[in-house]
Every structure is written in C-alpha cells, then in structure tokens.
Design a protein around this ligand. Structure first.
Ligand code: TXA
Ligand code: MG
Length: 324
C-alpha cells in the first residue's frame, strides 16, 4: 500500500494525480476520498480491475457497485437518464446522491459492476475523487474502501487498517466532510424510491421534483443489498437508544450532558454526528470494548441515515455473504 498526501494545497498534487491515473490504467486500485466516505476505485470498463475490487473487499459478486462519474455528460454515456433523474443530477451533483437508472449496455461499463442487473447506480462525487475521474477520463467503480460488512472509512488511516497488505494507492485527502454514504434513489413510475438514506434527505428530493418519495424498507423486496440487515458493523456489539452506560461497554453519546464519554456531537448537530459516526465506532473498536451503547438520536433529517446505519450495526450478524 502506498499513501500519498492529496490535500487541496499539496505541492505534488499533479504528480500524484498522474501516478493514480497510471495505477488505474494498469487495472490496479486507488482509494479515493469523496465527500461521503473513501471509495476503493477501479476502472469500471476493465473486468479484471472490477473483479479485483470484489476480491480485495471480499464482497459477494452479486452486490453491485456504484459507477462514479465526473458529471452528467459522462453519466449519460453509461446510463439512460429520464427527465427527472437528469434534473436531480443537475441539482445535486457533484454531491452525495446516487441515481439508479437503466444501464446503457453499449456504455462500455463492465457487466460485473452492476452484477448482472439491468440498472446501474451512478454518482458524481465532490472533491478529489471527481478530479481523479476527470483525469482518468472514464467512470470508476468504487464501493466504500472497507472489507465487506465492516465500517466505511472516513480517513486514509482507516484504509491502512482494512487493507494494509494490498497493492492499493491511497490518496489522502483528510477526513470526509459528510461521513456517511450517499443517498441512493431511483425514479419509477412518477415516484422516487429511496433505496438508501443519506445526506440528501427525502424532503430535498421531494422538494426538488414535486414527486412523492417512498423509503423502500428492509421488509420489502431487496433492491440495494446495502439494505440487508447486518451491515456497517464494528466488532463490538451495538446497543441502541441507551440511557445509561451498560457494563461491560462504552458509551457513544449524542448531545450535551455526557462528560467524559465519546460524543458524536456535544451540541446535538446531526451533520457533525454523521461526520463522526464511523470514526468513533472505529475508535471504540480499537479500544477493544465488548459493547457500544449509543444514546438516542432524533429520527429527523440526517438522523434518519445515522439511525439506519446504527440499526444495521446492531443487527444480528448471521447474514454471511450478504454485506457490502
Ligand atoms: O457514498 C457512497 O455511495 C460511497 C462512496 C465511495 O461513493 N460508496 C458506497 O458504495 O457506499 P457501496 O458499494 O459500499 O454501496 C453501494 C450500494 C450497495 O448497497 C449496492 O447494493 C447498491 O449501492 N447498488 C449498486 N448498484 C445498484 C443497482 N443497480 N440497483 C440498486 N442498488 C444498487
Ligand atoms: Mg459499503
């Protein structure tokens, strides 16, 4: 593994970008910072590179990947955009929104990316990742850069923990600003289906399109395997809506009045809590705690996405092979 600093003002940026592009062109993987979490990126047109992603993550092959693009123009070459999907892309890209659209079979994206589905998930990330895609000139397939079923990485250091021994070039762009994965949505029959909650809220999607937005819940037919129950899991057991510390365990607090405990946001700011969520879960895992007791988090705005991840982290872990 090689780690290269990739801050916005870093002197060797152009050289590093060249190295990363070269690495991708050889079918190798690059860990890239996006605004949500770090992605493990490979050339989406190269079947071997895509297979290497699945292999490195130990991810079941039926679980499809998101194709990352530099903008709507590139997106339209790989997927068929209806008017509403195109309008959503125009409003929220670059940003934490993934759109599932009909795949363009002539778009050059390897079939393994969408794991045999007729649809393809596409997103245009903010920041360094977008620069990398633009420099590479083609879409990058990129799941979160963690071993399947584990916590998504929000800093370059986390990637070392996950994949220290692998041939991965890591672009270190510091901490991810959003901290949880993108919202995934698809437009179907004049409605929007929310396949995964994220930083772009249901209200924002509804307001932007004037359409109804329906959350596809875990009980219904699974369309995004990220909806499977055990997911985003630390090693420790997770308990939700805890009031007081439960022994043996560590508290993960939200809001004021929990002095001395690790806190997602002392000022009860959901955005700050989302950005801290995975980092704090990892920190508690590193301490070797048996149980993580999380205090209640309001089920509003970004709290919906945070609680969604926490419920999956707390779910029984028997679904081997059904995680991303
Ligand atoms: O924020 C993010 O979305 C991050 C960064 C790296 O961009 N990526 C990410 O990828 O979270 P991943 O692979 O960990 O999660 C992608 C989710 C999976 O739950 C997958 O099942 C779903 O997207 N997905 C991919 N293609 C799909 C499709 N055609 N239809 C429905 N769901 C799909
Ligand atoms: Mg993931």
């Amino acid at each position: 593994m090689q780690i290269f600093p990739f801050d916005i003002d870093h002197a060797d940026r152009a050289l590093t970008l060249d190295k990363a592009v070269f690495h991708l062109a050889r079918g190798q993987l690059v860990a890239m910072p996006t605004e949500t979490v770090y992605g493990l990126a490979g050339d989406a047109t190269n079947g071997e590179a895509v297979a290497r992603i699945f292999e490195t993550k130990m991810r079941p092959q039926f679980n499809p990947l998101i194709a990352h693009v530099s903008g709507l123009e590139m997106a339209k070459t790989i997927g068929m955009f209806d008017d509403v999907s195109a309008a959503l892309a125009a409003e929220f890209w670059p940003g934490p929104l993934t759109l599932v659209v009909t795949r363009n079979p002539a778009g050059g994206i390897h079939e393994l990316v969408s794991a045999g589905l007729e649809t393809i998930a596409i997103r245009c990330p903010r920041g360094a990742a977008r620069e990398l895609i633009a420099a590479f000139g083609a879409a990058l397939a990129a799941p979160s850069a963690n071993r399947s079923g584990r916590i998504s990485p929000t800093s370059a250091k986390h990637i070392t923990t996950e994949f220290g021994d692998k041939d991965i070039l890591v672009l270190d762009g510091g901490d991810c600003s959003v901290g949880i994965e993108s919202t995934i949505a698809s437009v179907e029959k004049g409605q929007i289906k929310l396949l995964r909650a994220g930083a772009i809220s249901m209200e924002q999607l509804a307001q932007s399109t004037g359409l109804n937005v329906n959350l596809v819940n875990a009980g219904s037919k699974i369309v995004a395997p990220g909806q499977l129950s055990s997911h985003y899991a630390p090693r420790a057991k997770v308990r939700l809506a805890c009031k007081a510390k439960q022994q043996p365990g560590a508290m993960l607090a939200f809001g004021p009045g929990h002095e001395g405990e690790l806190n997602l946001s002392v000022k009860a700011d959901l955005r700050e809590a989302a950005a801290n969520l995975y980092r704090h879960l990892r920190a508690l895992d590193e301490r070797g705690v048996e149980t993580i007791c999380v205090t209640a988090i309001p089920e509003t705005g970004l709290g919906i996405a945070i609680n969604d991840r926490l419920r999956r982290a707390a779910a029984p872990r028997s679904l081997d092979g059904e995680q991303s």
